[in-house]
Ligand binder design. Structure first.
Ligand code: EPZ
Length: 439
C-alpha cells in the first residue's frame, strides 16, 4: 500500500452521512475502563488507527479486549503491567491518561512523555502539577523519557488549572474517581467529551458533580458497569463533512449529531451564507450561493474549536473575499498552508497584534519565540491538482477537501495519519459522489 489517496476533483458532492463515534471520547472511556473492577462494554467505538493503537497498548499491559465491529469489551482484572511500552504510547497523546488507572491498580507506574500530532510542543506541565497537588509523587527520568509516579495515599485536595486543558481535566477526574477522599478541580476545561466521561463514570457508581468550570468528586471504593456505554458522535467529523460538501458547492445531511455541540460552527456557517437546517436527528448543510469571507479565532469549547480551523481555512479559499484564521490553542497548527499553496490557494501569514500573549494564547507563551498564529486567505483563486502531503490529522482532512475541490487528479500522501481519526472516509466521501481511491 502506498499510504496515499488518488483524488479526482471538481465534482459537486451531495448526499447523507452517518457519523462515527468520537475519537476524543472513545480514547478516554477505553482508558477509564481500566479503573473498573470487572468487564466494561463500549459501543459505537470508531475503528480508527488511534483506537487500534490504544487497544493494542492496553492488551500489552495485560487487559483482555474483545472487539466485534464497533463494540469493544475490556476486562481490566487481567492487567499486570504498570509500564506502557514507548513504541505504542509515543504514538498516542492520550497515553499519559494511563497514569490514573495504573496508579490506582499498582500504586506506582512509569509513563512515557506523550507523543501525538505535531501541532505544538504539547507539554504536560499543568497536568503533572495537578497530579502532585492531589498527592501523586512524580519524577521525570530524562535518560529514558519516562515519568515515575507513586500514589502513597488516596488522592485528595484541590487544584486550579492556570489555563484549562481538555485531557488534563479528564486525567484528574479519573484520578479522583476512586478513593475515599473529596477532590476539587477548578478552571477545568468544558469540552462535551468531559461531561460524557463524567456520565460514563457516574453510571457505574462514581460521585462526580460539575458546576461550570468547577468539578467536585467524592472518591468511591470501586466502579461496576450496569449497561454498555455508547460513544457519542464525532462533531469534528461533522465539521469536516459540512465544510467538504459546501466547499464543492453541494450539500450534506449529517445524521445522529447533537446540534448543541456545534453552535459556534453553525452560527458562522450561516454568517458565511450557508443554509443550515436543524432537523429532529440530523443537520442539513447546503451551498445556496457565493460564500462570504468570515474571520475566525479559535477558542476552547464552547468557542470555535482549534480542530475545526484547518477545515474552515479551505472553505474560505472558496469565499468571495479576504478572511483570517487566528489560532490561539496550539502553536503549530498551519501545516496545511504550504500544501494548499501548491494547489493554487492564496494564503499568507499576517501579523497578529496581540498585546497580552499569555492572556490570549492557551499554550505556554515564550517571548523569545516569534509566533505565526494568524493567516489571511484571499478567496476565489481556482484550485488545481497537485501532489500534497499530510502532516497531522485535521490538516489531512483539509487537504482531502482541497483535492476534491481542485480540478484534475491529485495525490495526497500519509493517508494513515488521517485514518488516525476518521473511520471509512473513502466510503463516506464516495457515498456523496466524491471520486477517490486509497492506494
Ligand atoms: C485535546 O487535546 C484533544 N485531543 C485535541 O484534539 C483538541 O484539539 C484539544 O483537546 C482541545 O479541545 C484529545 O482529546 C486526545 P489541551 P489536549 O490540553 O487535551 C497546552 C484532534 O485533532 N498545555 O486542552 O492535548 C497544550 O499544549 C486533537 O482530535 C500545556 O501547555 O489539549 C495546548 O497548547 C488535536 N500544558 C493547550 O494547552 C499542559 O499541561 C490546550 O491543550 C496541558 C496543555
Amino acid at each position: 500500500m502506498e499510504d496515499a489517496y488518488i483524488v479526482q476533483g471538481g465534482n459537486v458532492l451531495k448526499g447523507e452521512v452517518v457519523l462515527s463515534g468520537a475519537k476524543n471520547l472513545a480514547l478516554k472511556t477505553v482508558i477509564a475502563s481500566l479503573l473498573f473492577e470487572s468487564k466494561v462494554t463500549l459501543t459505537n467505538v470508531p475503528k480508527i488507527n488511534d483506537v487500534h493503537e490504544l487497544l493494542h497498548l492496553i492488551k500489552k499491559l495485560g487487559a483482555t479486549v474483545e472487539q466485534t465491529g464497533n463494540r469493544v469489551t475490556i476486562d481490566p482484572s487481567t492487567l499486570r503491567s504498570s509500564k506502557p511500552d514507548l513504541l505504542h504510547a509515543s504514538k498516542l497523546r492520550a497515553s499519559f491518561l494511563l497514569f490514573a488507572p495504573l496508579l490506582h491498580k499498582f500504586k506506582e507506574c512509569r509513563i512515557p512523555n506523550p507523543g501525538g500530532c505535531r501541532i505544538g510542543m504539547r507539554p504536560i506541565d499543568r497536568i503533572i502539577s495537578g497530579m502532585e497537588a492531589l498527592g501523586v509523587k512524580t519524577e521525570y527520568q530524562s535518560e529514558d523519557g519516562y515519568y515515575d509516579a507513586k500514589l502513597t495515599q488516596s488522592p485528595k485536595g484541590s487544584y486550579k488549572f492556570s489555563k484549562p486543558t481538555h485531557t488534563g481535566t479528564e486525567l484528574l477526574i479519573m484520578l479522583g474517581a476512586l478513593g475515599e477522599n473529596e477532590i476539587k478541580i477548578e478552571n477545568s476545561a468544558l469540552e462535551p467529551e468531559i461531561d460524557e466521561l463524567i456520565l460514563f463514570l457516574n453510571e457505574s457508581g462514581a460521585k462526580i458533580t460539575k458546576d461550570g468550570t468547577t468539578i467536585a468528586i467524592q472518591g468511591v471504593k470501586s466502579l461496576q458497569q450496569t449497561k454498555p456505554f455508547r460513544i457519542f458522535s464525532d462533531r469534528n467529523e461533522a465539521v469536516t463533512f459540512a465544510t467538504l460538501a459546501v466547499a464543492t458547492k453541494g450539500s450534506v445531511e449529517i445524521h445522529n449529531l447533537n446540534p448543541d455541540q456545534l453552535l459556534t460552527f453553525n452560527e458562522l456557517m450561516i454568517k458565511a451564507g450557508v443554509k443550515v437546517e436543524i432537523k429532529s436527528d440530523s443537520i442539513l448543510y447546503e451551498y445556496v450561493g457565493t460564500l462570504k469571507p468570515i474571520c475566525i479565532t479559535t477558542e476552547p469549547h464552547p468557542g470555535f474549536m482549534t480542530d475545526w480551523q484547518p477545515n474552515w481555512a479551505v472553505l474560505m479559499t472558496q469565499s468571495s473575499g479576504v478572511s483570517t484564521v487566528h489560532e490561539t490553542v496550539f502553536e503549530n497548527r498551519f501545516s496545511y498552508v504550504d500544501e494548499l499553496l501548491k494547489l493554487g490557494a492564496r494564503i499568507e501569514y499576517v501579523e497578529n497584534s496581540v498585546n497580552d500573549k499569555e492572556a490570549i494564547y492557551h499554550f505556554n507563551t515564550d517571548d523569545s519565540k516569534v509566533l505565526k498564529q494568524k493567516i489571511q486567505i484571499t478567496g476565489g483563486a481556482p484550485l488545481h491538482s497537485a501532489a500534497i502531503k499530510i502532516a497531522d490529522l485535521r490538516a489531512g482532512a483539509t487537504l482531502l477537501i482541497a483535492a476534491l475541490i481542485a480540478t484534475g487528479e491529485s495525490v495526497v500522501t500519509n493517508a494513515s495519519i488521517l485514518e488516525r481519526g476518521y473511520e471509512n472516509i473513502v466510503d463516506k466521501i464516495s457515498g456523496l459522489g466524491g471520486k477517490l481511491k486509497r492506494v
